[in-house]
Design a protein around this ligand. Structure first.
Ligand code: KIV
Length: 271
């Protein structure tokens, strides 16, 4: 009998090869087993266990409250489902900033306790030492520049970043610092498309955009947003591929009605 072939796993090297070949990288968030199973089976390249779990799973207004323990729990659930995708886990707020030793310890906990493949952190020059220290333990690191939601109280709003020359130049410098420090990839969030294109041209590592136009090496969206499970978030960059909120409320309304009318369960649905 012919052996069932396991899909070829995506690694950080695969992403590098994809950039070189001009093949776009598709990345989505996931925080639980069932969703991760479905998007991995669909062929997604990278799954981000994002700290956006704080918003979409726990209902917080920002990403700040989520803890390392929560992130590890979500990552463990995702890892159990994944056969092919590269799984990257966000280092949550307060577990890496300003202390490279803590950054390393947090990353080791994520890798050891969840079996994830890489970590992601926000910021440029400020996190350079942390990136180097995490990498010294052999843990791949992804950077994140532009709109960095963990700094929302510094920015004050979720509007487009780096429209002014000074901030755009700082972003270009930070991107270079992260690449030199050894990051394998870089998320660019909500910045002008031309700037994202410029970063992508200057860097040899892949860039993944969210609200950063199409001159980048790949795209990422929050799964719950693109599936239409969240309904109150309408940024220009968000394309909705389904309307699950409507589908779910419709299905549940039908279920309630069937239970109340004694239509469910019927003869065939009982023992
Ligand atoms: O946490 C997250 O979902 C993210 C993406 C927006 C890139 O960091």
């Amino acid at each position: 009998m012919a052996e069932k072939k396991e899909p070829r796993k995506v690694t950080t090297h695969t992403l590098q090869e994809m950039k070189q070949a001009g093949e776009k990288i598709a990345m989505l968030t996931a925080y639980d087993y069932s969703m991760a199973l479905a998007i991995d089976a669909a062929g997604i390249d990278v799954i981000l266990v994002g700290d956006s779990a704080s918003n979409v799973m726990a209902g917080h207004e920002t990403t700040l409250p989520i803890t390392l323990e929560h992130m590890i729990y979500h990552a463990q659930s995702v890892i159990r489902a994944v056969k092919r995708a590269l799984v990257v886990v966000d280092l949550p707020f307060g577990t890496y900033q300003g202390n490279s030793k803590e950054a390393l310890n947090s990353s080791i906990r994520i890798m050891k306790e969840s079996g994830a493949h890489a970590v992601k952190l926000e910021g440029g020059k400020e996190v350079e030492d942390s990136v180097k220290r995490i990498l010294s333990a052999g843990i791949p690191v992804m950077g994140h520049l532009g709109l960095t939601p963990q700094s929302i109280y510094k920015f004050g709003t979720y509007t487009v970043r780096a429209k002014e020359e000074a901030e755009a130049n700082k972003l270009l410098e930070d991107a270079n610092i992260l690449q030199e420090a050894g990051c394998f990839g870089l998320v660019l969030e909500k910045i002008p498309a031309t700037l994202a294109g410029e970063v992508t041209k200057r860097l040899s590592i892949p860039t993944i955009g969210i609200g950063a136009g199409n001159l980048v090496d790949g795209q990422v969206l929050v799964l719950h947003d693109m599936l239409g499970l969240t309904t109150e978030f309408h940024p220009r960059f968000l394309r909705r591929y389904a309307n699950l909120y409507t589908d779910i409320t419709g299905a549940v309304t039908n279920y309630i009605s069937d239970v109340k009318s004694k239509d469910f369960p019927n003869e065939k649905e009982q023992y």
